[in-house]
Design a protein around this ligand. Sequence first.
Ligand SMILES: [Zn+2]
Length: 160
Amino acid sequence: MTALTTGRSPTDGWTTCALGHRHWGLAGAAGLLLHRPGPDGVELLLQLRVEWSHHGGTWGTPGGALHPAEPPAEGALREAGEELGLRRDDVVLGAESVDDHGGWSYTTVLATPSGLLDPAALRLNPESVAAGWFPLAALADVPLHPGFAASLPALRSLLT
Ligand SMILES: [Zn+2]
C-alpha cells in the first residue's frame, strides 16, 4: 500500500485472485517477517496499520505490492524501509514462504535482526501507527491482518 502515498508503480492496482479476494498489487506482494528468540519463545516484529489503509487497525508485517520484475526479498526490504525505516543492514534474510492464491501471491520473507532492534527507535511512515515485538504464542489476543493470519499456520513451521 505504500505506493498510494509515495509515487506510483506500473504494478499498482487492485486485482482479484482465483479465491475471489481483492488484492493490491498486480505482480503480487511481499512482506518482511522479522523474528527473534524471546523469553517466551519466538517473537515477531509486527506493524499496526493506520485506520485508513486496507485492513487498517490490524497488526501485520511491513510489506506491499511488488514492482515490475522485483524479487520478493527486494520488495519486502523496500517496503520495510519505507514503512518502518528499516535498513538493509538491520536484517539478515532467511527463508521465503509463498502464499499462492492463483493469479496473485504473497511472499513472506523471513529475517532476523542483525543487532538490537528497538521498535521505539524505528522511523515509522504515516501508514504505520506503531511497531512492536509480539510473542508468537500470544498472537491469539492480537487483531491480526487477515492475510497475515491466514499465512501464519504455514509460517509457524519456519519459525519454530
Ligand atoms: Zn487471494
